[in-house]
Design a binder for this molecule. Sequence first.
Ligand SMILES: Cc1cc2nc3c(=O)[nH]c(=O)nc-3n(C[C@H](O)[C@H](O)[C@H](O)COP(=O)(O)OP(=O)(O)OC[C@H]3O[C@@H](n4cnc5c(N)ncnc54)[C@H](O)[C@@H]3O)c2cc1C
Ligand code: SF4
Ligand code: SF4
Length: 260
Amino acid sequence: MNAPAELVFIKQHLIDPEICIRCNTCEAICPVQAITHDSRNYVVDAEKCNWCNDCISPCPTGSIDNYRTMPRIKAYSLAEQLTWDELPAELSAAERQALAGDSAGEPRPEPAAEPVAQADTTGQSAFNSAAFGATVPPWSAAHAYTNLYGPKAAQKTVTATVVGNVRVTEVGKQAGHDYDTHHIVLDFGSMPFPVLEGQSIGIIPPGADDKGRPHHARQYSIASPRNGERPGYNNLSLTIKRVLEDHQGQPVRGVASNFM
Ligand SMILES: Cc1cc2nc3c(=O)[nH]c(=O)nc-3n(C[C@H](O)[C@H](O)[C@H](O)COP(=O)(O)OP(=O)(O)OC[C@H]3O[C@@H](n4cnc5c(N)ncnc54)[C@H](O)[C@@H]3O)c2cc1C
Ligand code: SF4
Ligand code: SF4
């Protein structure tokens, strides 16, 4: 027997707006166009998402790997998600029941089983990277620290000092475009900031966006080795291209790249 609509609970797939860097990767990848965005947030349509997980691995921040158990008919709408500055807390079972009961007329018992990812219909088996030894680092491999600092309340951000800023592209237009790229050295003083080659850091530009909210973080790849530009100093370098045109070629001044 099928459960009444108000008793169907889903694991609603959501994007953490505090961590998302608005890179558009997930929206470009989603095979059912479940992901959309406005000038601020990337959001997932619960009506369209089929839990195929195609967007999980390509997301550079992990912000898309978030779920909340919700009554299907009370799933967070796109309009709600677009207003979020942070993800809502997971509701308790009692709160979920009450929410479902709003529509059912009275609270009902929550079903034990929740829907899981739908079966693969492509006929291809999923790629299991863990089955390949090469993905397991040797015992001696350096351990990468991630998310030591961040915008979440439990974390804290770090302010670095720019101690080097060298333009690495020629001045003037090249092939009709300005390419203004800088090698920038950041010093963290006495604040521990361990990094490994291949990691990137998030920069939060000062000020607010057009809705008056703090700018979201932009990601920049670390361009120096793990011991920095100058051994013995607590620094790292970035190579940043100033964004002067949008993807359509219209003049624009990218917030973070121009700040840096
Ligand atoms: C993992 C990762 C590592 C990265 N590493 C680097 C790095 O090492 N160096 C670096 O310069 N950037 C790097 N980026 C890109 C960087 O995070 C920013 O997206 C970029 O600097 C634009 O930010 P902005 O605030 O200046 O522009 P925004 O204010 O965010 O954007 C302004 C406008 O420009 C458009 N736009 C954004 N980026 C580009 C672009 N590249 N070309 C054309 N139009 C654009 C936007 O759609 C928007 O319309 C990295 C991104 C990721 C995800
Ligand atoms: S899980 Fe699949 S359907 Fe859902 S948002 Fe990600 S790519 Fe789209
Ligand atoms: S950071 Fe992740 S969730 Fe945000 S737009 Fe990029 S791929 Fe999507």
